[in-house]
Each structure stands twice: as C-alpha cells, then as structure tokens.
Design a protein around this ligand. Structure first.
Ligand SMILES: NC(=O)c1ccc[n+]([C@@H]2O[C@H](COP(=O)([O-])OP(=O)(O)OC[C@H]3O[C@@H](n4cnc5c(N)ncnc54)[C@H](OP(=O)(O)O)[C@@H]3O)[C@@H](O)[C@H]2O)c1
Length: 151
C-alpha cells in the first residue's frame, strides 16, 4: 500500500460506495468523492470519516465540484488531477475519462469479488519505467499505462 499512499497523498480520490464501505482504516491526507445512486439515503458517519474530506454524490462532475469547494482553503491539495480508485463499477464508468492507469502486480492468487480488465486503449507507457517491489513491498511491481486517446 505504500505506492498507493505515496501516489494519492494530498489528492482527491474517487471511489464507489462499495469500495468506501470496504475501507478498514482512514486514508489520512486523502479527500474522497463517494459515488452512489442514492446520496440522500447514504449514511455518512461524520465521526469516522475515512478521508480528511468526504463528499457523496450521484454524479462524478458534481462530486468533483463539491469537493473542490470544500478544499478551497487547502493549497496543499493537488487540484489538477483526481485518482479513480475503484471498484470495478467505477473503473468501468470512468474508463474513457482517465489519462492513464497505475496497475500493481501482486504475486498471489485470489478469487476476488469484482474483476476489471484494463480497456485496450490503455497501453504500457514507454517513458514510465515499471517500478519493482522493494523490501517493504517485495511481491509487487507497478506499471503505468497511458491512453492513446488523450495523445
Ligand atoms: N484491487 C483494487 O484495485 C480494488 C480497488 C477498489 C476496490 N476493490 C474491491 O472492489 C470491490 C467493490 O467493487 P464493485 O465494483 O463491486 O463496487 P464499487 O465500484 O466500489 O461501488 C459500486 C457502487 O457505486 C455506485 N455507482 C455505480 N455506478 C454509479 C453511477 N453511474 N453513478 C453513481 N453511483 C454509481 C453504486 O452505489 P449504490 O449501490 O449505493 O447506488 C454501486 O453499488 C470491493 O471488494 C473492493 O474491495 C479493489
């Protein structure tokens, strides 16, 4: 998780309601847009927010606008990009909007409850070397894919 932490620190991250509910610890330094079709009935436990800022929306653009408003007095936050962090439904929803994808390869076999195949317009970025695992994270490597659509 160190790569995820480094990459998303002081950033806006977007996730589906199910992924938010699967978080088991607070993502400090992260600002979260939760997507749900039922924002009015979604219970947000404000005592135990899983990010420094959390907004709930049924629309990505509205959610981004809402969180940027909340972060107006936070110059440390990257306002230029947001990271889509899953799950499968939200990766699918945003597949044609993203400029690239960081994919971590983990040497372990798991069944999983959601599966996502990277769309074909995302190809391995040539100027972005794969990062290999380190002592802290020996079984992982990370590859950056970029879109041919954005050029
Ligand atoms: N390995 C990874 O990289 C990774 C990353 C993230 C998550 N995960 C795992 O993936 C699983 C969850 O994935 P998932 O695909 O089942 O769920 P998800 O994408 O996290 O969330 C799905 C929910 O998002 C909301 N949603 C979907 N489309 C929407 C739209 N067009 N507009 C507004 N809201 C929308 C709906 O919420 P409502 O039902 O409330 O309307 C839907 O039930 C979890 O097990 C999680 O741990 C893995």
């Amino acid at each position: 998780m160190s790569f995820f932490r480094r990459r998303t620190m002081n950033s806006i991250i977007v996730m589906g309601r199910k992924t938010y509910e699967s978080l088991y610890r607070k993502l400090t330094g992260r600002h979260i847009v939760i997507l749900t079709r039922n924002p009015d009935t979604f219970y947000l436990d404000n005592e135990n927010l899983m990010g420094d800022t959390v907004v709930v929306s049924n629309d990505l653009q509205l959610g981004m606008g809402k969180i940027l408003d909340c972060l107006i007095d936070h110059p440390e936050v990257d306002r230029e990009r947001a990271y889509i962090v899953g799950g499968e439904q939200i990766y699918t929803l945003t597949a044609n909007l993203v400029a690239g994808a960081y994919v971590s390869h983990i040497e372990v076999h798991v069944e999983g409850d959601a599966h996502y195949k990277l769309p074909e317009h995302l190809t391995v970025a040539t100027n972005h070397p794969t990062e290999l695992g380190n002592e802290e994270d020996p079984f992982r490597s990370y590859t950056f894919y970029e879109t041919e659509i954005a050029g």
